[in-house]
Write a protein that binds this ligand. Structure first.
Ligand SMILES: [Zn+2]
Length: 311
């Protein structure tokens, strides 16, 4: 009886179908970088998805009334809220999203989060090729698991910044996930800023960040994809670091190549701003993550100083 009462209401009010709401939730997750708050009353996301359907006031405020005879109580439940929850629940059953009760164990936030399958489905709905995954900063449950592991692993004393496995394996799905985990862990740890200049900027659609996760021991030298071999750098500082214009001391100060002094004066400038020579200023310390457990490891830095840095 209850279901048909609800069904009738959904029909009478011309509410969107559950399938349509499921798609809207996937779209919304994509737009919010992979995670949205669980649906509680008054939560912005509840209104935001209603806006996607241009729901009118009557549709937004409709209630279902259930009488509990035993307790002689009338319970009102919000129709739109139920519809949203049912759609999200169906997505969770299909393993396209993780439930807030699971996500909280990873992120300490009660959120719905895309899984890798949900992420693929959202990309498909939006007509975006799957290869774009490597460039977007959208979270998925599987990638956040890797991020959490990177953050919580005990800091090794005798850290070896090389990964020998890379030599023999081809790029598997697992490695792709690890690379995305590496990227997200680094840029989150550095608050989406370049650790040298502090540049923080995303694309107007908020789906991409300018900052890059740089390997200290580079990928080409089998550098590890982990938090101790990484540094958040803007595109330009990444390039300048990779070619050896600067390196870091063991206490994270910037050391610059002596060759800067021999450069032609019109090199390394952005208009009037002397981008390259600005690195020379008072051997500045870079911006670092909040916790020193995830600072770059000195074994990685030393390797860069000895092998990449052009003194
Ligand atoms: Zn920078």
């Amino acid at each position: 009886m209850k279901a048909s009462y609800e069904g009738r209401m959904l029909k009478d009010l011309k509410m969107p179908t559950r399938k349509e709401v499921e798609e809207a939730i996937l779209y919304s997750l994509f737009k919010h970088n992979g995670a949205i708050k669980e649906f509680s009353t008054g939560e912005e996301i509840v209104e935001e998805i209603a806006n996607e359907f241009n729901l009118i006031e009557e549709q937004r405020s409709a209630y279902l009334e259930t009488i509990y005879r035993k307790e002689n109580r009338l319970k009102k439940s919000w129709l739109w809220h139920r519809l949203l929850f049912r759609a999200a629940d169906a997505l969770a059953k299909e393993k396209l999203v993780s439930r807030p009760s699971d996500t909280i164990k990873l992120t300490n936030k009660r959120e719905w989060m895309l899984t890798e399958n949900g992420y693929d489905k959202a990309l498909k709905l939006l007509g975006i090729p799957t290869v774009k995954k490597e460039f977007l900063t959208i979270k998925s449950y599987e990638v956040q698991k890797i991020v959490k592991r990177f953050r919580e692993q005990p800091r090794p004393k005798n850290y070896i910044p090389f990964d020998d496995i890379k030599k023999i394996t081809k790029i598997t799905k697992e490695i792709k996930l690890r690379i995305r985990g590496f990227r997200l862990a680094i840029i989150e740890a550095y608050d989406y800023k370049c650790s040298v200049c502090g540049m923080k900027i995303n694309s107007p659609d908020s789906l991409r960040w300018e900052v890059e996760a740089a390997h200290i021991v580079p990928y080409s030298a089998n550098g590890k994809d982990d938090i101790w071999n990484g540094l958040a750098l803007c595109h330009l500082h990444h390039w300048v670091f990779d070619v050896g214009w600067f390196t870091l001391s063991d206490n994270y100060r910037i050391l610059t190549s002596g060759k800067i002094h021999h450069l032609s004066s019109d090199y390394g400038k952005m208009g009037n701003y002397d981008f390259l020579r600005a690195l020379l200023n008072d051997n500045k310390k870079i911006f670092l993550p909040e916790s020193d457990k995830i600072y770059p490891h000195k074994n990685a830095i030393q390797w860069h100083r000895q092998n990449i840095f052009n003194q």
